[in-house]
Design a protein around this ligand. Structure first.
Ligand SMILES: C[S@@+](CC[C@H](N)C(=O)[O-])C[C@H]1O[C@@H](n2cnc3c(N)ncnc32)[C@H](O)[C@@H]1O
Length: 266
């Protein structure tokens, strides 16, 4: 009848079509009884949408609020569940990426996180991996406001530089300030939109940089997605090697999120 996510003290339920108001209230009450930490129950009324990947919600039960504090891998994240994209289902990805960085042979790597939202990837990487600077870029103004706050809450002001804006504008600006700017790891928790943003990543990649690219596709089109990435790299006069393509959750029936680990070869 419904699935749900719990973000701190807010539960967000997505009902299938045709569920009555009464049934929704009963489910909301049950959730509150089941999870003592839940103070607010909201209904998700649309799919993640737009460039900012946000949702709309309707209040069902408890305290009327949309802001919460969520704890993941020992870090705290303040966010508004409606104005910011945040998925607790990516928790495993974030800690896995931090581990991957720790395991690499590069000492104190420089990291770029594109599409950083309220900054969970930069913060978890900074807390769990030894790195040089981490640069974090996010388009959404509200998301970026929380990202700045979260960096402070987790006492990482001297490890993470957060920038608000479109990666297509921010990266060229950074390159103008420093023509030699390159990162060892470029993390791309992309929005599920057509644009790949791969050329922006390649613009700040050096030989042997690793790009962690999140792509969305049904299993049957996975190979095409990988070939298109190789083609796009070629058009940018770069050679890449796909090291790994791992399933990282479903976003719809038969539609998967893949974590694609890419090495830049030239
Ligand atoms: C799938 S969400 C990932 C958020 C975050 N990394 C996380 O793990 O929760 C994608 C994010 O990319 C941001 N975004 C979309 N287009 C962008 C762009 N051109 N430049 C920078 N950020 C962008 C959206 O606002 C959204 O927060």
């Amino acid at each position: 009848m419904a699935n749900y996510d719990i973000l701190g003290d807010i539960a967000i339920i997505k009902f299938v079509d045709g569920v009555s108001k009464e049934e929704k209230s009963i489910r909301a009450r049950e959730l509150m009884q089941q999870y003592k930490c839940v103070k607010t129950v909201l209904e998700k009324t649309n799919k993640v949408s737009g460039r900012l990947r946000t949702i709309k919600t309707r209040f069902l039960l408890g305290e009327k609020k949309k802001e919460t504090i969520y704890v993941e891998s020992g870090c705290r994240f303040k966010l508004n569940v409606e104005s910011c994209y945040f998925s607790p289902r990516l928790a495993n990805e974030r800690i896995e990426v931090a581990r991957l960085i720790t395991k690499s042979s590069v000492k104190n790597p420089a990291i770029l996180v594109m599409f950083s939202g309220v900054a969970p990837f930069p913060i978890i990487i900074a807390k769990h991996a030894k790195t040089k600077e981490i640069v974090s870029i996010e388009l959404g103004k509200d998301c970026a406001k929380y990202a700045f706050e979260n960096i402070k809450i987790n006492k990482l002001e001297n490890r993470i530089e957060h920038l608000q804006g479109d990666v297509k504008k921010v990266i060229p600006k950074l390159l103008k300030e420093n023509k030699k700017l390159k990162y060892d790891f470029i993390i791309m928790p992309r929005p599920n939109l057509k644009e790949t943003f791969l050329s922006q990543a390649l613009g700040v990649a050096k030989k042997n940089s690793i790009i962690i690219y999140y792509g969305f596709s049904p299993e049957s089109k996975k190979q095409t997605m990988l070939e298109e990435l190789e083609e796009e790299a070629k058009r940018n006069k770069r050679k890449i090697k796909i090291l790994n393509c791992l399933e990282a959750g479903d976003i719809a029936p038969y539609e998967h999120r893949y974590r694609i680990e890419i090495r830049v070869l030239n």
